[in-house]
Design a protein around this ligand. Structure first.
Ligand code: TMP
Length: 235
């Protein structure tokens, strides 16, 4: 598979065309940002951890019936994926209160929810990815009800699968963000990444944070946390 021109560069990944119009190559960077790009840094080794961890989860989810964009891991940092049109939505699932939820509702970080929650953000950096509800999504024609229903169903199922896999590694899945896309044939598939950049992972025994909150909150040993997650999950 030939790596052709760069089609998109985001905060943490680069995306390249290939000689197959239906396939793209994702290249994970060590660059880290937080607070909508206000805080910037490098987390050495992050690209490799996020690439390999995402692929591990994507293979597991595909085997469990969640269609996704993963095709083949090409290197430590590069993966071949299916080209999709991304819905401009971030789907956030939470099991435990943290981050913006704790802030918004004044709920202590660590409060365990009676049931997992789901919320959507509108992917728009200029607006700071604001919260959006289903009726807004339909009004703006960002997705139709059948699509959103499937996205919800997949997201809760992904939560169950990730939670149980991580539990076996001594990790509590606090919350995470997903992105979905539409393939050229119209099917809805999971895309983007599932990594310490996009999830909150807490050590079940000690409560230690093993995710990007170490960078966001200047907790130190950021690289160590990414490496520890890779070790636990990938061996
Ligand atoms: P939040 O508590 O800041 O809303 O974050 C919820 C989850 O979503 C958390 O696991 C981190 C992830 N996330 C992203 O992947 N990208 C983002 O831009 C933000 C704000 C959060």
């Amino acid at each position: 598979m030939k790596k052709l021109e760069l089609v998109y560069e985001g905060k943490a990944k680069k995306v390249y065309k290939t000689d197959d119009p239906d396939l793209l190559i994702v290249d994970y960077k060590d660059d880290a940002t937080a607070f909508n790009g206000e805080k910037r840094g490098i987390i050495s080794g992050k690209g490799s951890v996020n690439n390999r961890m995402t692929n591990h989860f994507m293979r597991l989810l595909a085997a469990a019936g969640i269609p996704n964009h993963y095709v083949e891991e090409l290197s430590d940092r590069e993966t071949l994926v299916k080209r999709v049109t991304i819905f401009p939505l971030e789907v956030i699932i939470r099991n435990i209160a943290a981050g913006s939820f704790s802030k918004r509702y004044g709920l202590k970080e660590g409060t365990v929810f009676r049931k997992p929650t789901l919320e959507f953000s509108y992917k728009n950096d200029a607006l700071g990815d604001p919260l959006i509800n289903a009726s807004h999504i339909f009004a703006m024609n960002l997705a139709v009800p059948e699509e959103l229903a499937l996205i919800r169903e997949y997201s809760f199922k992904i939560n169950d699968l990730l939670k149980s896999t991580l539990m076996e590694c001594g990790i509590t899945l606090v919350d995470f963000k997903l992105e979905f896309g539409k393939a050229p044939d119209g099917t809805i598939i999971l895309a983007d990444e599932i990594s310490p950049d996009t999830c909150r992972f807490w050590d079940t025994k000690t409560g230690e944070k093993l995710d990007k909150d170490r960078f966001r909150q200047d907790l130190g040993n950021v690289e160590g946390a990414y490496q520890e997650m890779a070790r636990r999950l990938l061996g």
